[in-house]
Design a protein around this ligand. Structure first.
Ligand code: SAJ
Length: 431
C-alpha cells in the first residue's frame, strides 16, 4: 500500500515498544513525533541515539532522526494519528494500573481534532480502550467520540496490541500479523488503513474488547504451557526421571508440543499479563492463576535444589551461569535467573561468581554484595559447582571435557551429556 507521507503521527511513550514503533513508522516515510515524559529519553532520541537495548534499533533511529522523520519532545503536538504505547503495570496485589493510559489520553486531548485516529497499543485489561475514550470525551465534549449514543463519531479509536518478541522487535513489528480492534467497525477500518502502510503481516479487524483480550490470552497461553513444563520438572525430579528426556520423547507425538522447564518466567509480559485476566474474573480464572503460582514457585524450588547441591561441596566456588531473562539477550528485567543468583549470593556470599556474557557490569540487583562477574573461562578454571540459569548459546557450546568434573545444577537442561546426575540421588529424594 502506498504510504501517505502527509500523515503526521505522534507516538506517546518511547519505551521498548514505542521507540521501535515510532522509528519504523518514520522509516516508511511518515513524519513522527515521539513524546515521552523523560527529558533524558527525549534528548537521547533527538541526538539519534537510543536508551534501550534492541537488535538494530540504534542504526534505524539514527537514520530516521538524521533524515528529519523522527523527532522527540516532552510535549505533544497536533497530528493525524496518535499511537499510545505507555506502561500498564500491575500493583503488588496484581491489580492492573491503567493510569498511564488515561494520562496519555489527557495529554493528547487538547490537540485532538475531528478526523484524528487514536490507537492504544499498551497491553491492557479489557475495557481500557473504552475508558480511554471516556477520558477523551470528558476533556473534549466538543468532539463526538465513537460508540456513544448519537451518530457521527468525529474521531476513530482503536486497540492494536503489540506482540513482538524482545530481541526480534524490528523484524516482528513488520512481519507479525496484527489484530486491530475498533470501538466501532468504522474505527477499526480507519486504524487498519494506518497499519497497512508499514506492516507486512496480515491485519485483521475485530472489536476493541476482543483485541484487548487477544493480547492477554496469547501471553497467558504461553504462561500456562510453561507452567505445565515446570510442574512436570518438579514431579520428574521427585521420581528420579530426566524431565528433558521425557519432554523430548513426548514431543515426538504429532499433537504434543510441551515447552521447556526453567527457573521461572521472566520479562515484563508473560509473568504479568495473566493477572489482568485473573483480576477481570477471579472466580473463573482458575488455571490461569494456578499457572502463575506454579511458575513463581519454580524459582524458589530452583533456589532450594541448587542450595542442596552447593551444600554437598562446602567452601567450593559456585558459578551461576546466566542472568538474562531468556537466552542470547542482554535483558535482565524481571529475570528469574537474577532472583536465584541473588538469593544464592545472600546465602553463600563471595563463594558465588556470576557469569553473564551479555552484562556490561554487575547488574544493580547485586550492588553492595560480594558477588563478582567473571567470564566463562575463569568459571571453568575456578568453580567446581555450576548452576545453569540461562540457556545462552555460549554456555550450550561448552564441550563435555571442560565440565565433566563439575557438579552441575542445570535448571535449563542444556547439557544432556553431563555425566553425573543433576542432583546426587539422595538430594533428589529430599527435593
Ligand atoms: N520460557 C520458559 N520455557 C519456555 C519458553 C519460555 O521457561 O519453553 C521463559 C523464558 O525463559 C522467559 C519467559 O519464559 O523467562 C518469557 O520468554 P518468551 O520468549 O516466552 O517471551 P517474551 O516475554 O520475551 O515475549 C512474550 C511473547 N509472547 C508470546 O510468545 C505469546 C511476545 O510475542 C510478546 O509480544 C511479549 O511477550 C509481550 O510484549 O507481551
Amino acid at each position: 500500500m502506498p504510504v501517505d507521507t502527509q500523515t503526521k503521527v505522534a507516538v506517546i511513550g518511547l519505551g521498548y515498544i514505542g521507540l521501535p514503533t515510532a522509528a519504523l513508522i518514520a522509516r516508511s516515510g511518515m513524519p513522527v513525533l515521539g513524546v515521552d515524559v523523560s527529558p533524558h529519553v527525549v534528548e537521547t532520541v533527538n541526538s539519534g541515539r537510543i536508551h534501550i537495548e534492541e537488535v538494530d534499533l540504534d542504526g534505524l533511529v539514527q537514520g530516521v532522526v538524521s533524515r528529519g522523520l523522527l523527532r522527540a519532545s516532552l510535549t505533544v503536538e497536533e497530528a493525524d494519528v496518535f499511537v499510545i504505547a505507555v506502561p500498564t503495570p500491575v500493583s503488588a496485589d496484581h491489580a492492573p494500573d491503567i493510569s498511564y493510559v488515561l494520562a496519555a489520553a489527557r495529554t493528547i486531548a487538547p490537540v485532538l481534532r475531528p478526523g484524528n485516529v487514536v490507537i492504544l497499543e499498551s497491553t491492557s485489561p479489557v475495557g481500557t480502550t473504552e475508558a480511554m475514550r471516556d477520558e477523551l470525551q470528558k476533556m473534549r465534549p466538543d468532539i463526538r467520540m465513537p460508540g456513544l449514543p448519537g451518530n457521527g463519531a468525529e474521531v476513530a479509536i482503536a486497540y492494536c496490541p503489540e506482540r513482538v518478541l524482545p530481541g526480534r522487535i524490528l523484524i516482528e513489528l513488520v512481519n507479525n500479523d496484527r489484530c486491530i480492534g475498533g470501538i466501532t467497525p468504522r474505527c477499526a477500518r480507519k486504524a487498519l488503513g494506518f497499519y497497512r502502510q508499514f506492516v507486512r503481516g496480515e491485519c485483521i479487524t475485530t472489536t476493541a474488547r476482543s483485541a484487548e483480550m487477544v493480547k492477554l490470552v496469547e501471553n497467558s497461553y504461553r504462561d500456562v504451557n510453561i507452567a505445565f513444563a515446570n510442574e512436570l520438572s518438579v514431579i520428574a525430579d521427585g521420581m528420579g526421571i530426566d524431565v528433558w528426556d521425557v519432554i523430548r520423547l513426548a514431543n515426538r507425538h504429532p499433537r504434543v508440543n510441551i515447552l521447556q522447564p526453567g527457573p521461572g518466567v521472566g520479562g515484563h509480559c508473560i509473568a504479568v499479563d495473566p493477572w489482568f485476566i485473573v483480576h477481570g474474573d477471579p472466580v473463573n480464572s482458575r488455571i490461569i492463576r494456578t499457572a502463575r503460582e506454579v511458575n513463581e514457585a519454580k524459582t524458589d524450588y530452583v533456589i532450594e535444589q541448587a542450595s542442596k547441591l552447593i551444600d554437598s561441596l562446602p567452601d567450593a566456588e559456585i558459578a551461576c551461569l546466566g542472568l538474562a531473562f531468556k537466552p542470547n539477550i542482554d535483558d535482565f528485567r524481571e529475570s528469574p535467573a537474577v532472583k536465584v543468583a541473588r538469593r544464592l549470593v545472600d546465602r553463600y556470599g563471595r563463594r558465588v561468581k556470576l557469569v553473564e556474557p551479555y552484562a556490561k557490569g554487575l547488574p544493580m540487583e547485586f550492588a553492595g554484595t560480594p558477588a563478582e562477574l567473571i567470564d566463562i573461562d575463569d568459571a571453568i578454571e575456578r568453580c567446581p559447582v555450576f548452576v545453569v540459569l540461562v540457556d545462552h548459546d555460549m554456555f550450550k557450546s561448552v564441550p563435555l571435557d571442560e565440565r565433566a568434573d563439575k557438579l552441575v545444577y542445570d535448571s535449563r537442561g542444556i547439557w544432556p551429556d553431563q555425566p553425573h546426575p543433576t542432583l546426587p540421588e539422595p538430594l533428589r529424594k529430599a527435593g
